[in-house]
Design a protein around this ligand. Structure first.
Ligand code: BG6
Length: 453
């Protein structure tokens, strides 16, 4: 890889920080969501809030030149309405410590959590008011950090952010109404992203900004034409609807038609179109864990138990027998999918990419003060090889930043499911001291980066 390639590591605020109620932090959706008994919530998480400098020193030891993290909306804005200076100071400390060590700070503005007050006051993203609040929050971040931070992510995984009720507070019980609201929320997020990019161009003139997608590498379960069509539909509903908006400012036609037919097409305003069509991002962030196998829905098949983005008549989740699956990697392990998916994204959007998440979940075991995670080394190695192949063929890839820098609370499955290069000594029910213990994968990645220079 070239000298300016970013070798990073990633986290997100609500999954690592902890510091619940400290430093003026307001209440987020992720602070009040229902967490089943015996599963860790995000109140302590990896206690990064109290281990900040220790963690950044570990980044130096690892040798990374980029740290992907996220601003916690409720640490920057308290309850959502007023700037929290203590939160600004916390992120200033983080950013400055990174820069002093030669690590490029790469924040995402919105990684799943948001002020709970917005959900209670006006329904969160269901309301157009949320667009203005997001843009204001983005401006606060650009103005406070944009002098030093030049690489920014907008929204992390809009697919999940709009579908997961416990992250966005949309607990509607009527299923038809819930679907309608999900598409409205997604539209508002797209509009908010574009308006934020417009402000970014004015405030951080020399910066780069882009969305972070949950990359969908969709394989049809069989070559039957209806499975092929289902897989094309899935691409439109799981990925193109977000990235086409981010880049071109429009939805795929089949998506538009279906939403209109169901009565789920979002409310828009005439002035939106001009905003959506401009303000193109500079790059696309790629989160990739596994490919997805898709098939046509059988007549009378009940898909109501699947996540909302699969609840339609156009496609459903299939099974790929060709991939190795594990307890936590239930879709299978598919390194080549990373290459396939990024190639498709480049051909559709023509933008550079950055791998912002990629990693293997495992219930690691700490033995004699060590974690021998050769399974994770193998996973990372296989995926990095696909990145190298991609770059060697001339495609533009800015960097590779695996998930996760250290063990953190899974988005919905607690601390038993670990992704980190560093073991955090705690369990789901006992946060202990959260001591940091580099795993074998940490030293492997350190060596990999070292060999680049
Ligand atoms: C991505 C998210 O969806 O996948 C992360 O951006 C998340 O926040 C990661 O942690 C892994 O998913 P999970 O559900 O295993 O934590």
């Amino acid at each position: 890889m070239k000298k300016d390639f970013y070798w990073g590591a990633s986290t997100s605020a609500f999954q690592v920080e902890g510091g619940f109620g400290e430093g003026g932090k307001g209440v987020a959706t992720t602070d009040v969501r229902h967490v089943p008994e015996g599963i860790a919530d995000s109140k302590v998480a990896s206690d990064h809030y109290h281990h900040l400098i220790e963690d950044i020193d570990l980044m130096t030891e690892l040798g990374i030149n980029l740290y992907r993290f996220s601003f916690n909306w409720t640490r920057v804005m308290g309850d959502g309405y007023q700037v929290n200076q203590e939160g600004i100071a916390f992120y200033n400390q983080l950013i400055d410590a990174c820069l002093q060590r030669g690590i490029t700070p790469f924040p995402t503005l919105y990684h799943f959590e948001m002020p709970q007050a917005f959900v209670e006051d006006f329904g969160g993203w269901q309301s157009r008011k949320c667009v203005d609040h997001f843009v204001h929050y983005a401006e606060v971040c650009f103005e406070n950090f944009g002098d030093r931070v030049k690489l920014w992510g907008t929204i992390n995984e809009q697919l999940i952010a709009t579908a997961a009720s416990d992250l966005n507070g949309n607990h509607e019980t009527d299923s038809n109404q819930k679907m309608k609201q999900m598409y409205q929320m997604s539209y508002h997020m797209s509009l908010a992203e574009k308006k934020a990019i417009a402000r970014f161009r004015e405030i951080v003139k020399d910066g780069q900004i882009g969305p972070v997608c949950s990359m969908q590498v969709v394989y049809p379960e069989t070559p039957a034409p209806n499975d092929i069509l289902a897989s094309k539909n899935a691409e439109d509903f799981l990925q193109n609807c977000f990235l086409d908006m981010s880049v071109f400012g429009r939805y795929p036609l089949s998506y538009q038609n279906y939403l209109r037919e169901k009565g789920w097409y979002p409310e828009t305003q005439s002035e939106d179109k001009a905003i959506l069509c401009k303000n193109k991002p500079d790059f696309i962030g790629i989160n990739y864990y596994a490919s997805t196998c898709i098939r046509a829905l059988h007549p009378d098949e009940d898909n109501s138990k699947l996540p909302p983005f699969y609840r339609n008549e156009l496609f459903t989740l299939g099974n790929n027998d060709y991939l190795t699956k594990t307890k936590w990697m239930e879709f299978g392990i598919d390194p080549e999918g990373l290459y396939i998916g990024m190639r498709d994204i480049y051909e559709r959007y023509g933008l550079p990419m950055m791998v912002t998440e990629n990693g293997l979940a495992y219930s690691d075991i700490l033995e004699d003060g060590q974690v021998h995670d050769e399974y994770r080394i193998d996973y990372l190695n296989q995926h990095i090889l696909q990145c190298e192949r991609f770059v060697a063929e001339g495609y533009p890839l800015l960097g590779y930043s695996p998930w996760s820098f250290l063990d953190l609370v899974s988005s919905h499955q607690g601390f038993h499911k670990r992704y980190g290069l560093i073991y955090v000594d705690r369990t789901d029910t006992n946060s202990k001291s959260c001591a940091r213990i580099p795993k074998d994968s940490f030293y492997w990645y350190q060596d990999k980066i070292h060999k680049q220079s």
